[in-house]
Design a protein. Structure first.
Length: 259
């Protein structure tokens, strides 16, 4: 495992000394996961009735979006039979930070906490695998083999090229473009788009102009939606049919996956 990334806890909120920014919204990690990421990708409805469904996340961080997705999927009687979750992360934190983050997220959820009561248990199950974490790719089977988590530990663009390209939903969750431009570069967005196919949904909290324009140039249909306070807006996008995997705009900007 690479040296664990330090997390600075300030008033109960996790902060990154490397990037000088908090890991999540001040409105609550679970509210953000549910509204911005799951909601932004049309989940849980989008996986209902499907045999398999694949989520791709840039920026695994403290794993809150993953745990929230797991909790929602597990609670859904119409869930897909196999949930494949792929995420990349250059600077993994220690297992203890994942656990602390999950406890804290639940504590700050207020009246919504009952909907997330399984979170600490799911975090424990994730943390049990954490000791085996290495640079590069690893896949862990969770939830009796019905949830496949692939973690790609390394830099965003090369790691996106290593992952098998297939995503029904994409969560873009780097730190802000101003402090973390690598996660939002044209190359990173194109490498993400290579994982998509016609109709792939994408969600993010930022509405920064460069991100919107970059996604549109790759063939995403992008909409600004009401955001989670204090943010006014968030983005929802869907990959248009003509822009699916292999289109010239995407091919020019990103290396072949696995190349
Ligand atoms: C806002 S946090 C993600 C929070 C996370 N989604 C969660 O649910 O806890 C952004 C993450 O992107 C990671 N990151 C930043 N730059 C990166 C890069 N160039 N390549 C890969 N990961 C990066 C950071 O280490 C951080 O964990």
């Amino acid at each position: 495992m690479p040296a664990a990334e330090p997390v600075d806890w300030r008033d109960g909120l996790p902060h990154s000394p490397r990037f000088g920014e908090g890991y999540r919204s001040r409105s609550g990690a679970l509210a953000q996961a549910a509204t911005v990421f799951l909601g932004g990708c049309g989940l849980p409805q989008a996986w209902q009735g499907r045999t398999a469904y694949a989520v791709l996340e840039t920026g695994f961080g403290l794993g809150i979006n993953f745990l929230a997705t797991w909790a929602r999927w597990e609670a859904d009687p119409q869930r897909c039979s196999l949930l494949r979750y792929r995420a990349l992360e250059a600077y993994p934190v220690a297992a203890d930070e994942l656990l602390r983050s999950a406890r804290q997220a639940l504590a700050e959820a207020g009246e919504a906490a009952h909907a997330w009561s399984r979170l600490p248990e799911l975090a424990q199950a994730l943390a049990q695998h954490w000791a085996t974490l290495r640079a590069g790719l690893q896949t862990w089977m969770l939830a009796d083999g019905q949830l496949e988590l692939t973690l790609a530990v390394g830099e965003v663009v090369p790691m996106l090229g290593e992952l098998e390209p297939s995503a029904d939903a994409v969560y873009l969750d780097g730190f802000s473009p101003s402090v973390n431009p690598q996660m939002w570069s044209p190359q990173a967005l194109a490498a993400v788009a290579r994982h998509g196919r016609a109709g792939t949904r994408l969600a993010t909290y930022t509405t920064q102009r460069g991100v919107r324009d970059g996604l549109e140039a790759l063939g995403f249909d992008v909409r600004r939606c009401p955001g989670l306070p204090p943010k006014k807006h968030r983005l929802e996008a869907a990959l248009q049919p003509h822009a699916a995997w292999g289109s010239p705009a995407i091919a020019q900007a990103a290396p072949e996956p696995g190349a």
